[in-house]
Each structure stands twice: as structure tokens, then as C-alpha cells.
Design a protein around this ligand. Structure first.
Ligand code: ATP
Length: 460
């Protein structure tokens, strides 16, 4: 059933709270704006995306190694990377209501208005406050780095920063990996972790946060090999979105960033964008960063960060191809992509709307539910035993004996569980259980002892 974009966001936010995916943070204190807790199903979904990514890229390829570097690094790192000087967003403030906006977002919104002539450049001075119509200030550059102090003194010598992206750690550890891991160029370093930005306008649920997670790869190549490696990572990115997140091609676009929008060091940038309910927005990025990062770290640290090609007797600073995935944004994209409403039989025998999350099974927070038809010992014992067996194999499943079977199905549909197994009185005679498929809603009887292997096989 088609769900309108406006409806979708409201449905998602309320479903996420009602069913334990994402809760407003610190709610007992009235909530903390733009901070969210991942609940039991949210954390499973996020971890499943992260684990699928790690398995595919770090275990699945011979040219990548994983690392985990600190959130708070040496402050020199941010001097060398340029973040201290340049990592800012253009901010305007309304002189009347004092609401703040990203100037670039206001300009984009103006250009997207129907009938707007894209050839005519927009001047921010011609734009009024979207909230109250007041006059806006001139553009100020606002640094997004979150500052903290290390040690007992809160003076300038003690200033440190929370990383605004995970990438930096993979540049600073480059020398150690180069010297210890016996890799040959091209090879990459992968990392997953938290990043922090003092965003001017956080919002859209978990889309733009001050604290979020990224999955990033810094792939080091000979400069001549950079265009080939870039194309290879673009193909990898597309395959990940299509085959793992199961996002329809109609809902993504790979936007080539024009020269005037690109960071000065970037030789090529493409932003994968997803059709979120609030518009086509950035999901991640793919950049050819040239030798910008290693050259700057070499200059500031004084260490030799070049690669030595023994066969050719050549020393050079490798180029970096950087694919970045927003993990928190991927969770939102996967929720949005797979939310659906169809019809199911109600208890009264007629049809009623059914909300369902059609997650790909390997991303689903719960893989299967075991449901005794009634709370009778002979039935509950079978369901509990199956549940324990699956958990012992490291597969997250649920046992549920509460409420009517219809209500239990509905609950599992809403958390996206692919298969529900019902144990009924016939099971005691034929040694079989009924498995109901979340999407087709078909039912099939299979032998109780075959259930664990059946599920494991389906998840392969
Ligand atoms: P935007 O234009 O949306 O501010 P960006 O271009 O600044 O994003 P990058 O610096 O390229 O973002 O960060 C890489 C990825 O990290 C983004 O594509 C996104 O998936 C994720 N990301 C960045 N900032 C945030 C945030 N505040 N909240 C959640 N995810 C974020």
C-alpha cells in the first residue's frame, strides 16, 4: 500500500518508539533535543548492518584491514587535517526569532522552489526567516568540532576535540599499518565508530545528529591507479546498497559533485543519496582525496609517510579513495525503505491493515519467533526448546506466549521478523510446526527437528 511521505515519517517515529527501536533520549528529564536511544531492536538492526559491512569488506576482501582508533586524538591531528581551520558550516540567524539555519540549506530550498530559474544565482540577503519571515544575519562560519578539556585544568593547553569523522585515525595509523601488516598497494583500512559534530540544525529524527556512527574505508593507491580504484569502489557501493540493504534502484541516486561544491583537495566526489521521506538526501560519500591527507600529516608530524615500491624503486605518497557510509543514516534508510502497510485477516475474519517491516532476513533484529498456540506445558516446552537451540547457535530469536496468536503475529510483523513458528496440538501428534512467512503470509508445516537447520539455511 502506498504511504505518503508525510505519513511515513510519523509512522516510523511512532513505530520506532512503540516497538523498541528508537526512543527519545533522557525522556524522564523531558528529553534532550536531537538525542536518541537505540532500543533493543534498534541496536540489533544497527549492529546487523555494521556486521554485514565488516564481513563483506574486512573479511570478504584480502586488501582491507580493520582498526579501532580513539575518539579523542592528539589535537595536532585536526591541525594537519584542516578541520580546525575549515570544518565549518555557513550559519545565518534570524534577527527577530533568533532561530538558526544553514545558509546552504536555505539556498538549496529556494532553488528547489517550483518555477525558480536555476541559472539565476540566489543571494542569501533575499531570503527571509522560514519560521517568522524576519530578516537574517550575514553568513557566519561556524566550526562544527566539539571541544573538550583533558586533565584537571580547563585552559588552552588542555583543549582536545571529539573526532568529527572516523577517517583521521586511519590516516594517523597508516604508518603503523604500512610497517606491520605486510600489505601491498593498493590496500585499505576500515573503521566503524562514533563521530561528533556540533550541528547547527540537527533533526529529521536520526538523520542529522550531534553524535552518530560512520563506517569508513581509506583505500591507498598509486596515483595512477586512483581512477580505476574509484570506479571499483563506486561499483562496490552500489552493490552494497542494492544487495545488502535491498534498497530499490528507484530510491537512490549517485550525485556527481560539481567542481564548485567539492572540497578543494577532492579530485572527484560522488554522494550516494537516498529518497528519505523528507527528500533525496545524502547517505554517504565517495571521494578521491588525492594525497591531501598523508601529505599534510607528513608535513605537520615530520614523519616520512611515503610508500616505497621495491620493484620499481619508487617512493611516493599514495592517493586515498574514501568510501564513507553513514551507519546511523543507513538505519533510517533501511527502516524507511522496508516499512509497508498491507492487509491481513483480522480475528473477526475480515481484512485489516497490517504494518510490516520487510527487512532482508540477515538485517532483521529478530530472525524467528516461537509461539505456542496456548499456554499449555506440552506446547510451551517445544517452543522454548526451539528458541533455546537457535539462541545457542548465536541467532537472535524470541519466544512469546502472551496474547492471541493474531496479536503476536502483528507484533512480529511490526518488528520485521521474517518467520513465526506456531506450536499447536497437532504438533504433538505429527512432530511438525507451522511456519508463517512474514511477506507472503503463507503457512507451511515442517518437522520440529528440522527447524534450526531450516532457519540457518535461510539466513545463508
Ligand atoms: P551533510 O551535507 O548532510 O551535512 P556531510 O557532507 O557534511 O553531510 P560527510 O562529512 O561527507 O557529511 O560525512 C559522511 C557521512 O557521515 C554522511 O554522508 C552521513 O551519512 C554521515 N553524517 C555526517 N554528519 C552526520 C550527522 N550529523 N548525523 C548523522 N550522520 C551524519
Amino acid at each position: 500500500m502506498a504511504i505518503s511521505a508525510d505519513q511515513k515519517m510519523d509512522l516510523l517515529v511512532s513505530l520506532c518508539k512503540r516497538r523498541g527501536f528508537v526512543f527519545p533520549d533522557s525522556e524522564i528529564y523531558g528529553g534532550f533535543a536531537n538525542a536518541w536511544d537505540f532500543g533493543p531492536y534498534g541496536v540489533e538492526l544497527k549492529n546487523n548492518i555494521r556486521d554485514a559491512w565488516w564481513k563483506r569488506f574486512v573479511y570478504g576482501r584480502e586488501d582491507l584491514v580493520g582498526v579501532d582508533t580513539p575518539i579523542i586524538q592528539h589535537p595536532k591531528v585536526w591541525e594537519a587535517s584542516g578541520h580546525l581551520q575549515n570544518f565549518s558550516d555557513p550559519l545565518v540567524e534570524c534577527k527577530r526569532c533568533h532561530h538558526r539555519f544553514r545558509a546552504d540549506h536555505l539556498l538549496e530550498a529556494r532553488q528547489a522552489e517550483p518555477g525558480y530559474d536555476k541559472e539565476v544565482p540566489v543571494d542569501i540577503k533575499d531570503i527571509k526567516c522560514p519560521d517568522c519571515g524576519g530578516q537574517l544575519t550575514d553568513v557566519m562560519n561556524f566550526n562544527l568540532m566539539l571541544k573538550t578539556f583533558i586533565g584537571v585544568k580547563e585552559d588552552t593547553a588542555a583543549v582536545a576535540y571529539l573526532r568529527p569523522e572516523t577517517a583521521a585515525g586511519m590516516f594517523t595509523t597508516w604508518k603503523n599499518i604500512r610497517d606491520s601488516m605486510r600489505q601491498k598497494l593498493p590496500f585499505g583500512i576500515a573503521q566503524v565508530g562514533k563521530a561528533f559534530r556540533n550541528e547547527i540544525t540537527p533533526g529529521n529524527f536520526i538523520f542529522r545528529l550531534r553524535e552518530f556512527e560512520q563506517m569508513e574505508i581509506e583505500y591507498y593507491v598509486h596515483p595512477d591507479d586512483a581512477p580505476r580504484a574509484y570506479d571499483m569502489w563506486l561499483d562496490e557501493y552500489k552493490a552494497w546498497v542494492r544487495d545488502v540493504l535491498k534498497i530499490s534502484d528507484d530510491h537512490v541516486q549517485y550525485r556527481e559533485i560539481p567542481d564548485e561544491e567539492r572540497a578543494f583537495y577532492s579530485r572527484r566526489s560522488i554522494d550516494p543519496e537516498y529518497q528519505f521521506p523528507f527528500g533525496m538526501k545524502e547517505l554517504g560519500g565517495l571521494a578521491n582525496r588525492g594525497d591531501h591527507d598523508l601529505s599534510n600529516h607528513q608535513r605537520v608530524s615530520g614523519e616520512d609517510l611515503r610508500w616505497f615500491d621495491q620493484e620499481k624503486g619508487e617512493r611516493f605518497i599514495p592517493y586515498v579513495i574514501e568510501p564513507t557510509w553513514g551507519l546511523t543514516r543507513s538505519v533510517l534508510a533501511v527502516l524507511s525503505e522496508h516499512l509497508d502497510i498491507d492487509e491481513a485477516d483480522s480475528v473477526e475474519g475480515d481484512k485489516e491493515p497490517r504494518m510490516v517491516l520487510r527487512f532482508p532476513p540477515n538485517l532483521a533484529p529478530v530472525k524467528a519467533a516461537f509461539l505456542p498456540l496456548q499456554k499449555k506445558e506440552e506446547l510451551t516446552a517445544i517452543a522454548r526448546k526451539l528458541s533455546r537451540e537457535l539462541k545457542s547457535r548465536g541467532i537472535n530469536v524470541e519466544y512469546d506466549e502472551s496474547a492471541s496468536i493474531g496479536k503476536r503475529y502483528r507484533r512480529q510483523d511490526e518488528i520485521g521478523t521474517p518467520w513465526c513458528f506456531t506450536v499447536d496440538f497437532e504438533s504433538l501428534e505429527d512432530g511438525k510446526v507451522t511456519v508463517r512467512d512474514r511477506d507472503a503470509m503463507t503457512q507451511e508445516r515442517i518437522a520440529i527437528d528440522e527447524v534450526p537447520d531450516w532457519i540457518q539455511e535461510k539466513l545463508k
